[in-house]
Design a protein around this ligand. Structure first.
Ligand SMILES: Nc1ncnc2c1ncn2[C@@H]1O[C@H](COP(=O)(O)OP(=O)(O)O)[C@@H](O)[C@H]1O
Ligand SMILES: NC(=O)OP(=O)(O)O
Length: 311
């Protein structure tokens, strides 16, 4: 049986066009639970990591709008809030589905910190899209009033961006491994982990949102996972994505991936980080990394679909 890390995109939990109500997120998670429970039923050890881009941006706005009555919190605390919030939804929905299917397993969320370097150049240039999508007109109104940075996000509208340093260490790695070794399925490293720096040996939260694909790759390598599945909105990675000559790829070497990246085939705010994360996993000794959609997970485990990135 295999140890499998499943990285679920934040945009799978709040889908395009949805506002992000709890009911919407619950429904999306019910849909995601089936294929993951299939793997648990087959005896695989499963770690679920998840994005938090939409949720952490919404939490930030909530804090900003309420600041005349209650204190605002730093972004890393909002990151922690989203781990608790999303972890709770996953635990409850998965447990309910397990009971229905007679799967006798426990699932638990680990609040996870990811160490980043305070010198990471990412602190000087924000790239991570968070929160809702805005029209160009609405975005321009906000920019005229406030010193915020936005980017166009993969043809879906404009989103606010924040710094996204690279994770270098998962603080709670031992806790995660202990749970896994005791047969408990784990939700961890949500939103890439809460960003912290080490200052004279002490951990301190820092204003950023880490890319969950990089953090998932790091976690997967650190716990010696057999498989890393990066689950997103497409069954396969493509070149010429969205164009009449789109070509879906079943396999891609690191060399090809780097060349396609140079050609601009994988945008920075969407597919780019997933490809880089896949490469990171392989560079750290990982063997199997596949990008696919959650509904195709079982087929991808059986090698029938998805895009496998290889050395
Ligand atoms: N070359 C490509 N091949 C496949 N999908 C691509 C490509 N370039 C951009 N995309 C888009 O990127 C999306 C994945 O990025 P995103 O939605 O930001 O990730 P997440 O699932 O982690 O929220 C895909 O669903 C697809 O719409
Ligand atoms: N933190 C993070 O990478 O979230 P998304 O997957 O939602 O962008």
């Amino acid at each position: 049986m295999s140890k499998i890390v499943l990285a679920i995109g934040g945009n799978a939990i709040i889908k395009e066009g949805q506002k992000g109500t709890i009911e919407e997120q619950q429904q999306n998670l019910v849909e995601s639970a089936g294929p993951v429970l299939d793997l648990m039923e087959q005896g695989h050890t499963v770690v679920i990591t998840h994005g938090n881009g939409p949720q952490v941006g919404n939490t930030l706005i909530r804090g900003e709008m309420a600041k005349s009555v209650i204190p605002e919190y730093p972004l890393h605390v909002y990151g922690a809030e989203t781990q608790g919030n999303i972890g709770y939804l996953i635990q409850q929905i998965f447990k309910n589905e397990m009971v229905k299917r007679n799967i006798n397993k426990t699932i638990a969320t680990v609040v996870t910190q990811s160490v980043v370097s305070s010198d990471d150049p990412a602190f000087q240039s924000p790239t991570k899209p968070i929160g809702p999508f805005y029209s160009e007109e609405d975005m321009e109104k906000i920019v005229a009033e406030r010193n915020l940075t936005f980017v166009e996000d993969a043809g879906r509208g404009y989103r606010r961006v924040v710094a996204s340093p690279k994770p270098v260490r998962i603080v709670e790695k031992e806790a995660i491994e202990t749970l896994l070794n005791n047969g408990i399925s784990v939700v961890s490293t949500g939103g890439g982990g809460i960003p912290v720096i080490e200052n004279n040996g002490k951990l301190e939260g820092i204003e950023a949102v880490i890319d969950k694909d990089f953090a998932s790759a790091l976690l997967a390598a650190e716990i010696n996972a057999d498989f890393l599945f990066i689950l997103t909105g497409v069954e396969q990675v493509a070149i010429n994505f969205g164009k009449p000559n789109q070509e879906n790829l079943a396999e891609m070497t690191v060399e090809d991936a780097l060349r396609y990246m140079e050609e601009g085939q994988f945008p920075k705010g969407s597919m780019g980080p997933k490809i880089e994360a896949a490469i990171l996993f392989l560079q750290k000794g990982g063997k199997n990394v596949i990008i696919t959609s959650i509904d195709k997970l079982q087929d991808a485990v059986e090698g029938k679909t998805g895009t496998r990135i290889v050395q």
